[in-house]
Write a protein that binds this ligand. Structure first.
Ligand SMILES: O=CC(=O)O
Length: 319
């Protein structure tokens, strides 16, 4: 029996899988685990099942000890994990790709609709108790049919968002490190372009790339200025990919028409200037937040941890 530390609340189905084979020490409070508590709990762990809110760095890996074999993140993004530090210590890091693709694309598309059709503004207006009535020019937004969606990062979530865009009658262009499978590109009618072209031609730009040093502030003042003034920016990937202060200025000055954000640069803080703007839809990191998806993510993370503890190749290691 090995010792598995789970750093936050996860669905029972996954906990039960872990408990069937190992001794499990799971943090079960609604509030996230404090750093000091985490550092003391991981001591002696053979496996850590981590949430994206926990920083897995050299300090934590050393606090765990040399017997640690695996860090199984319950997230597709793993910017909270220092992967080279894991590799140096022979610790396998894993993530949960695939199982949250559709749920996250749904939220990306939800934000596209919220921002282009001004749904948040409408909701706030009704709840404010102010008088309103239907009018020819009341809360007019921007339609999607025939418009162009520019996808930055055409992995699984980018492709699933493109599929939704196609159903809404949109054209799709994308920027990605690699060309996607030609049959998928043909099915989506998606054209690969460079970032400059994508920013210039898109009516909606949606960010789906991983976060790391190469993508920090990939979208800043210069890129926002390169977008159409009628365009919208959507981010469901990671907050720091977008320079939030520059975005607030661009939204206030009319450099772009609007934005929809599920992730923030200093989560859970939101840049105060964004809170005062009507033309940005703000939701609290809900990309994968469905019962089905969170259960699938936690179960996949448990399978990853169990596989490594058995001496097998885990289903979804980070490469
Ligand atoms: O943000 C959520 C994830 O990376 O899974």
């Amino acid at each position: 029996m090995s010792r598995v530390v789970v750093t936050g609340r996860i669905p029972d189905a996954a906990l039960e899988k872990l408990r069937a084979e190992h001794e499990v020490d799971a943090w079960t409070e609604a509030d996230s685990i404090g750093r000091d508590e985490l550092l003391s709990r991981v001591s002696g762990a053979d496996a850590i099942v981590s949430l994206l809110t926990e920083r897995i760095d050299p300090e934590l890996l050393d606090a765990a000890g040399p017997q640690l074999k695996v860090v199984a993140n319950v997230a597709v993004g793993y910017d909270n994990i220092d992967v080279p530090a894991c590799t140096e210590r022979d610790v396998v890091a894993t993530n949960t790709p695939g199982v949250l693709t559709e749920a996250t694309a749904d939220i990306a598309f939800g934000l596209i609709l919220m921002s282009t059709r001004r749904l948040g503004e409408g909701e706030r207006l009704i709840r404010s108790g102010q008088a309103w009535k239907w009018g020819m020019f009341f809360l007019l937004g921007s339609g999607l049919q025939g418009k162009t969606l520019g996808i930055i990062g055409m992995g699984g979530i980018g492709q699933a968002t493109a599929r939704r865009a196609k159903a809404f009658g949109m054209e799709v262009v994308y920027q990605s490190r690699s060309e996607i499978d030609p049959s998928t590109a043909a099915e989506l009618g998606a054209r690969r372009v460079d970032l400059d072209e994508l920013l210039a031609v898109s009516d909606v730009v949606s960010v789906h790339c991983p976060y790391g040093p190469a993508t920090r502030h990939l979208i800043g003042a210069e890129q926002l200025a390169a977008m159409k003034d009628s365009a919208y920016l959507i981010n469901t990937a990671r907050g720091p990919i977008v320079d939030e202060a520059a975005l607030a200025v661009a939204l206030r000055d009319g450099t772009i028409a609007g934005a929809g954000l599920d992730v923030f640069e200093n989560e859970p803080q939101v840049h105060p200037d964004l809170l005062d703007l009507e033309n940005v839809a703000l939701v609290p990191h809900l990309g994968s937040a469905t019962i089905e998806t969170r259960t699938a993510m936690a179960t996949l993370a448990a399978d990853n941890a169990l596989a490594v503890l058995r001496g097998d190749e885990p289903p979804t290691p980070v490469r």
